[in-house]
Design a protein around this ligand. Structure first.
Ligand SMILES: Cc1cc2nc3c(=O)[nH]c(=O)nc-3n(C[C@H](O)[C@H](O)[C@H](O)COP(=O)(O)OP(=O)(O)OC[C@H]3O[C@@H](n4cnc5c(N)ncnc54)[C@H](O)[C@@H]3O)c2cc1C
Length: 452
């Protein structure tokens, strides 16, 4: 390799990209990291728990349609990822349960991301912020770096043995969301960094990488409908995690999902209902136990209903179920139908009967007034469809039907697809694990040796 060619070029300086770059630098390799924003870190700066399922069996249970090889690699690589974070002097707190089926550690992600960046600079490796990538450089089908646009407008070719795409997915691009997720996804809220707009996917696809899998879905949460998410503090404060204990009705006045399966799954289901909005109903019991409760151990709870109300969300407190009949017409929900559906639901729960849709976990009736009514809509955090990879983070080629790598090309984090299909078991952990896998590949493999 000539002197000007680095071992790894990383495009995207968030969780996956910084993890890969710092690991290569730590092991004595050379790396350039290119970040489009003024500052590195991406959505990872808002996140707090590195977690996934403790076993492969748990992963298969919650994510049965995800790629089994990637799922197993994620679970197998998790402990090493945590050890790597700790090796940088960053605290990973003792493990806690997450979402009922997962396990993980609270981590100061800002400390971690800054430690990665410091590692790069201390080892004399370049971090180029406010820099765009025009195109990948390819030679005989082998990716050999990229042509980048520096903040002063000049162009620079960065040659590399391996190039890692880690730009964080395509959730920031409304038209791509509409095309790849659902037509109604064009208008949903974005609860993530605004820069991840599918750049890595476009670069990868132009170099022959395969993209999939269709209908993979997205990770997101219910948020108060119509409330601006421009302040990132709202991404967590206004997320309606308590929906798992409430009832959600669409604009026809019907339930359509088992709310207790998880707020992130309900968010996906609501996207496909008329107008992608719904009425979330809690009673005094849910208010007392869940509206202000902590979602994950270690994170203090806030009164979400009150915060949403103050933020201007469509909301009301009803003293009795009868009040639903006088719901304002402009809300666009059939109040009497919703009143009747709540009464029927309560009777069924008291008789321990079956409902459609089901109610697996919290089967208490919602019958303690007052009722807290809030209009909710799905908001997106990151996309599950992406460049298909193998467990060593090689981007797989479209020509080979996803069987062989594109030589020289890697992908990780939300730019990588296949891991999850309409299911979720952590976002930081896959970015970390496959970022570190990309580093290992860059340090140990010769691109031309693969993909043939
Ligand atoms: C509010 C919030 C809370 C979250 N909480 C958790 C949590 O507790 N646990 C968890 O597991 N996950 C959580 N997540 C999800 C987690 O943050 C992501 O899954 C993770 O950051 C994905 O890593 P990534 O490297 O793919 O993307 P990111 O970390 O977002 O990094 C992508 C980077 O690429 C940059 N970029 C984009 N385009 C280009 C380009 N063309 N060239 C160069 N750079 C580019 C972006 O600016 C960004 O810096 C949370 C997310 C949010 C928003």
């Amino acid at each position: 390799m000539d002197a000007e060619t680095v071992d790894l070029l990383v495009i995207g300086g968030g969780m996956a990209g910084l993890s890969a770059a710092a690991r290569v630098a730590a092991e004595g390799g050379s790396v350039v990291l290119v970040e489009k924003a003024e500052r590195t870190g991406g959505s990872a700066r808002f996140a707090g728990f590195v977690w996934t399922t403790p076993t492969v069996e748990d992963m298969r249970r919650v994510n049965p349609d995800g790629d089994p090889e990637l799922a197993a690699a994620l679970v197998a690589g998790f402990a090493d990822g945590v050890a790597w974070i700790r090796s940088l002097g960053v605290e990973c707190r003792p493990p806690v349960p997450v979402l009922g089926f997962g396990r993980g550690h609270q981590v100061d992600t800002n400390h971690y991301l800054d430690a990665c960046e410091r590692m790069l600079r201390d080892r004399g490796q370049e971090v180029l912020t406010a820099t765009r990538t025009h195109s990948l450089v390819t030679e005989n089908g082998v990716v050999k770096g990229a042509d980048c646009l520096l903040p002063d407008g000049s162009r620079r070719r960065i040659e590399a043995g391996w190039t890692l795409l880690a730009t964080g997915g395509f959730q920031g691009d409304p038209s791509l969301r509409a095309e790849r997720i659902h037509p109604q996804a064009e208008d949903i809220g974005l609860r993530a960094n605004p820069h991840s707009r599918g750049d890595g996917l476009a670069l990868g696809r132009a170099a022959g990488a395969a993209f999939g899998r269709q209908d993979a879905g997205f990770y997101g949460h219910l948020m108060p409908a119509g409330v601006s998410l421009s302040d990132p503090a709202r991404f967590v404060d206004l997320a309606l995690y308590y929906s798992e204990h409430a009832l959600l009705f669409d604009t026809t006045g019907e339930r359509f999902v088992d709310e207790t399966a998880g707020d992130h799954l309900t968010a996906m289901a609501l996207l496909e209902r008329p107008e992608a909005r719904g009425l979330l109903v809690a009673d005094a019991g849910v208010h007392r136990e869940w509206i202000s409760a902590s979602y994950v151990e270690g994170i203090p709870g806030v009164n979400k209903f009150q915060l949403c109300h103050r933020a201007g969300a469509r909301s009301a407190v009803a003293d009795s179920l009868e009040d639903f009949a006088s719901m304002p017409e402009e809300w666009g929900y059939p109040g009497t139908t919703i009143r009747d559906r709540i009464s029927q639901f309560n009777a069924t729960m008291r008789a321990n009967g079956a409902t459609t849709p089901g109610r697996l976990l919290d089967r208490r009736p919602l019958d303690e007034p007052p009722f807290y009514v809030l209009e909710a809509a799905p908001a997106i955090t990151f996309t599950f469809e992406g460049l298909l990879i193998d467990a060593r983070a090689h981007a797989l080629s479209a020509d080979s039907g996803g069987r062989h790598p594109v030589p020289g090309l890697l992908a990780a984090g939300a730019d990588a697809g296949g891991l999850y299909r309409r299911a979720y078991a952590g976002g930081l952990a896959p970015a970390l694990v496959f970022g570190l896998a990309a580093a290992r590949t860059a340090l140990t493999e010769t691109p031309a040796a693969v993909g043939r």
